[in-house]
Design a protein around this ligand. Sequence first.
Ligand code: AMP
Ligand code: ZN
Length: 501
Amino acid sequence: MEVLHIYNNVTRQKEEFKPINPPFVGMYVCGPTVYNNVHLGNVRTFIGFDVVYRYLTYLGYKVRYVRNITDVGHLVGDVDEGEDKIAKRAKLENLDPMEIVQEVTIDFHEVMGLFNALPPNIEPTATGHIMEQIETVQAIIDNGYGYERNGSVYFDIEKFVADGNDYGKLSGRKIEDLLSQQERVSQGQASSNERNLEGQQEKKSQLDFALWKKADKGHIMRWRSPWGEGFPGWHLECSVMSTKYLGETFDIHGGGMDLKFPHHDCEIAQNIASTTKDPANYWMHGNMLTVNGTKMSKSLGNAFTPRQLMNGNHELLDQGYSAMTARFFMLQTHYSSTLDFSNDALKAAEKGFKRLQQGIKTLSQLTPTGDAGLNTAELEAQCRAAMNDDFNTPILISHLFDGIRYINSVKDGKATIDQASIDHLKALYNSFVFDVLGLKAEEQQQDDGLVDGLMNTIIALRQEARSNKDWATSDKIRDHLAQINISIKDTKEGATWSHEE
Ligand code: AMP
Ligand code: ZN
């Protein structure tokens, strides 16, 4: 198998990818917290790992891709105290938390389908693994790294570090800096949030994080445990479910950059404390989708839902964009760089994606005209080299456009092509555009011609009726169209039509 390099966030360098047990690869990606429909930022991270999954599969690896659903334990503000994000929304809407979970999970799957992201092989939920999480908490306590206080269990960071373990190695945070930072935070909280302080006082050290939390009276998501009724801490499920389905140490662990700390650093600590093993050999992080330079996030109010993007219903958009345009837009930037969302950038991506599709269509219609004018084997090697260099999709796309330029010049009679090159290019675009980048030909665009043709015929018939003063027929046509949300407008230049979703 050829050499693939992956940027490993633990060592902070690109490393040759060596799976533990080739051709099998285990990959765990932190999935969504299902309290609110995913926004485009979340979608970016999942598309990034979809491409990783697709390319590993393309290389011949047998990947087991596990992506969880967080349906309990993720508290508002990503902290240890307070309300569960899902329970909070359930209360507001007078629903059971599991109704929220169901609704948002269904939406998430629909959105992933729209963006042509392949489903993971296993999609475990936190609520479905409470027993396993309790067992892991017990193992951490038994190994001396967890302690119970008033029905909650915390991770003992100082003991962990004293035993020679590195806490914060992924994010590069130093224990002293974390301590002084925590000091400042808790001083700030002392005046404003007494509950928070209560939780902090239970801990031996401010840095300790919750493995299990006691559920107080109002808390509806609760399970019985050796420490009383409660619920698991946010970081626990990923340690537990990755170990269960991929083993104590597996190949790749992914998630968004914002999860490095505390989520992934805590995950590593939990794994080492319970199994003595580092969970993953390669830690990959997708960078943030931003809006005017600020991370897209629900809580900041700058988030777009995929549906807003598609119907253009947002103040920053002057039109709607297809999911494939947005996917192409995202893949034009390397997964580890930030990407700023803007109407202009999307417009440019729409144009680029159309050009790519048009080129592929042209290729499908080419016939041999002479000798090969391009070394297609070299083009393929360049495409692979780009992807082997830490999944460099923007470089891959630029090579694909080199090929499209050649295809267009063959069409214009400025270059020649032979049958072998045509066949090779067809296979190459099929693999890289559809299988690896996961782009789909846009059906809508292909339909557009047909719908336009039909509408022109209908409008011409209505025009004829009008010239014959057959108002009954012309009104009938208009009313029937109105029923399917197509409105006809008569202008000086003739009738035009539009369709409202
Ligand atoms: P959450 O549901 O908040 O746990 O987020 C699900 C995934 O989306 C995580 O991997 C986050 O790191 C990622 N994510 C959240 N916001 C953004 C963003 N603006 N850009 C890219 N990824 C994001
Ligand atoms: Zn996680």
